[in-house]
Design a binder for this molecule. Structure first.
Ligand SMILES: NC(=O)c1ccc[n+]([C@@H]2O[C@H](COP(=O)([O-])OP(=O)(O)OC[C@H]3O[C@@H](n4cnc5c(N)ncnc54)[C@H](O)[C@@H]3O)[C@@H](O)[C@H]2O)c1
Length: 364
């Protein structure tokens, strides 16, 4: 039985691939592992140095008390860790620890750790059970849900990957309190995205509660994460392997990825690039959906602080970067647009002039 005021969220994928997102304090994890048919034995705990310093003992202590024998694998923090050389290091440490096909992998960290550890779990011994224990806002509402795992290649982001569903997503909301401000704001961009594409009333909640959210007031944060995670769960349940409907999760990302690409990774966080990208996508949407409350949406998006402006990035270069995105389908640019507040559609028939206008609309 759940010990949280927030009910478990089922991710309905059919058969044994279905799992729950649970909301519990980290010290109750052994019981949840048992519920996911994972009994005490050797396990791998993959994390990064920052999360290890702040929170690893809180995870290891209850595991050890309950008979687990965790092998910690601690990686450097940051996007550069989602790379083949760190995957090789992870493989080396995992195989050296004497794993077998029942050894669970616990991914304990932000989107970088959950993506990389998930891919290692998908590939080691042709697939190990794994459990997501996300520690950033982005990971709790997005990266850890849906089974997309992967890493970057020097030719592009997320070019290597696999679908591998976790046995469970274990969410401890209190872990979010230690997030640096910029990471918190970056996660809020994905939360707002979920509301824009799927839930008008959630957008109203975010607009009304924004000051409490910025202050990370625990009850408000809990409700926000629960609602955002429910949206992600529903979208991936409809389209597990990104054949169609899941594409709406890329709202703002065609623009956002181009910003990251042209500005160079590191100048803007992913969330900041997506926040800017969503502003452009809302502008574009309003051209086709005249009654969209674009000004009201833009007002909330502007409350996500972005460190810097994109005025020095030439529009032509940004458009070329969009065309080289891996999600471009047979050379056709696809845009996720809002058909109303809380509903998104994918369109391919957008004139170049409209795209240029959208880029210009988000210059300072
Ligand atoms: N698989 C998917 O479906 C999916 C979806 C969205 C994003 N992603 C991926 O997620 C990644 C971005 O996620 P992210 O922003 O969580 O990145 P991240 O893992 O790099 O975390 C950001 C920073 O926060 C630190 N951190 C993590 N938890 C902390 C905590 N509780 N307290 C203090 N510091 C903490 C990390 O050490 C890191 O420095 C990208 O690589 C993106 O591609 C994947």
């Amino acid at each position: 039985m759940s010990t949280s005021i927030f009910p478990d969220i089922p991710v309905e994928l059919g058969g044994s691939r279905s799992y729950d997102i649970v909301f519990r304090p980290i010290d109750r994890i052994s019981r949840t592992l048992e519920e996911a048919c994972l009994g005490p034995r050797r396990c791998l705990v993959v994390t990064d140095e920052t999360v290890a310093t702040l929170h690893l003992n809180a995870l290891l202590a209850p595991l050890k008390t309950d008979g687990w024998r965790p092998k910690e694998i601690i990686l450097p923090p940051g996007e550069r860790t989602k790379a083949p050389e760190h995957l090789a290091d992870l493989y080396e440490q995992a195989l050296g620890a004497g794993i077998d096909r029942k050894t669970p992998v616990l991914a304990f960290g932000g989107g970088v750790v959950v993506d990389l550890a998930g891919y290692a779990a998908a590939t080691l011994l042709r697939g190990l059970p794994f459990v997501q224990v996300p520690t950033t806002l982005i990971a709790q509402v997005d990266s850890a849900i849906g089974g997309k795992t992967g890493l970057n290649h020097h030719l592009g982001k997320n070019l290597i990957g696999a679908f591998h569903q976790p046995r469970c997503v274990y969410t401890d909301l209190s872990l979010l309190q230690s997030l640096p401000e910029r990471e918190w704001m970056s996660g809020l961009a994905e939360v707002v995205k979920h509301a824009l594409i799927a839930d008008e009333t959630f957008f109203g909640f975010l607009s009304e509660q924004w000051d409490h959210i910025l202050a990370r007031e625990p009850a408000t944060v809990g409700e926000m994460v629960h609602r955002a995670a429910s949206i992600k769960a529903a979208v991936v349940a409809e389209d597990e392997r990104e054949q169609g409907g899941r594409a709406i999760l890329n709202f703002g990302h065609t623009f956002g990825h181009a910003i990251e690409n042209v500005a160079g990774y590191g100048r803007f966080t992913h969330g900041e690039a997506v926040a800017l990208g969503m502003r452009a996508a809302v502008h574009l949407s309003a051209r086709f959906t005249p009654n969209l409350p674009a000004t009201c949406i833009d007002r909330l998006l502007r409350r996500i602080p972005v460190a810097g402006v994109i005025d020095d990035l030439p529009v032509g270069t940004l458009i070329r970067a969009m065309q080289s995105d891996k999600k471009v389908d047979a050379g056709t640019l696809r845009f996720v647009l809002l058909s109303r507040l809380g509903e998104a559609v994918v369109r391919q028939d957008i004139a170049a002039r409209e795209v240029e206008d959208a880029w210009r609309a988000i210059r300072a």
